[in-house]
Write a protein that binds this ligand. Structure first.
Ligand SMILES: [Zn+2]
Length: 293
């Protein structure tokens, strides 16, 4: 769904500019709602500095893996590039998911042995064998032996080199990434507010000014703004935005995958008129807009 905006002034820096398309809920989290509210510079700052590693948030990682059967494509995209821990007979190892496969992180252990993905290990092994100055046929034999080695059995390749090809039987997200920057939900809430305020979003009300400053990298003015991070009871394949209340002041609630919730308090701002609800069903990819009761 695309939100149509008639003005040509960026809602953050208030400069006249060519406004660029962006996602209200980050595309990296499966967000579909797009708008043209921001100049290229504000858009790029928020996209890189604030939302760049949104999917590394441990709760988002956990929800992605919990909802994988309902939203397989998004779950796969959320895992991609993220740290995971493999489980197998060799114990737990840290690595990353790359194109749907677990790639163990190269590591040198205290006993001098190396842990590497098989493809990298093959190259390392060739280098080590070359250093051992084996004759060419012995080198080929050793590489061949490594190639056909069964999993989980230690084999001796030369007098000095042993190898084990550990299999894994699963992996889980490492869940140690950074939490989503609170400025990210503030941005989503502010853009959602723009739909209710139209060009009044440009006003110089202290709360709106404080929001624009925070969205440009200034510290958040806690007398005007508060971002609460909450947990709703149930994980669901749904993203949502809701203008929760406009009295005594405005609160916008953001739900990511049903469960990760943010409540953004615009503590001195009151917004009249109807309040909107936006939902995006991630399983069917349908979007809905309704009016809050
Ligand atoms: Zn701007």
């Amino acid at each position: 769904m695309e939100l149509v905006w008639q003005d040509s002034k960026c809602i953050i820096c208030l400069e006249q500019a060519k406004l660029t398309e962006e996602h209200v809920i980050p595309a990296s989290l499966g967000g579909r709602l797009t708008c043209r509210f921001l100049c290229a510079s504000c858009n790029s700052y928020l996209g890189h500095a604030i939302e760049g590693n949104a999917k590394s948030d441990p709760t988002i990682q956990l929800l992605g893996s919990r909802l994988a059967s309902k939203i397989p494509q998004l779950a796969k995209a959320l895992m991609d590039g993220q740290p995971h821990i493999s489980l197998g007979p060799g114990g737990e190892s840290r690595g990353r998911i790359v194109n749907g496969e677990f790639l163990v992180q190269s590591e040198k252990l205290s006993d001098g042995s190396l842990i590497q993905p098989t493809s990298v290990a093959t190259k390392s092994l060739r280098r080590m064998l070359e250093q051992e100055k084996l004759d060419p046929s012995a080198l080929t034999d050793a590489l061949q032996m490594f190639q056909i080695a069964p999993d989980n059995i230690r084999i001796r390749l030369t007098e000095n080199i042993e190898a084990v090809k550990w299999s894994i039987h699963g992996y889980r997200p490492a869940l140690d990434g950074p939490l989503l920057n609170p400025v990210a939900p503030l941005k989503m809430a502010y853009e959602f507010l723009a739909l209710h305020l139209n060009t009044s979003i440009y006003d110089s009300a202290p709360c709106l000014m404080a929001t624009r400053e925070a969205l440009r990298g200034e510290p958040m003015d806690l007398t005007q703004l508060k971002v609460e991070r909450l947990s709703a009871p149930e994980a669901k394949p749904i993203h949502g935005l809701l203008l929760e209340s406009s009295e005594p002041y405005t609160m916008v609630q953001i739900r990511l995958m049903g469960q990760l919730a943010f409540r953004v308090h615009f503590q001195t701002l009151s917004v009249g008129g109807p309040r909107g609800i936006y939902t995006h069903d991630l399983a069917s990819d349908q979007e809905f807009v309704a009016q809050a009761a």
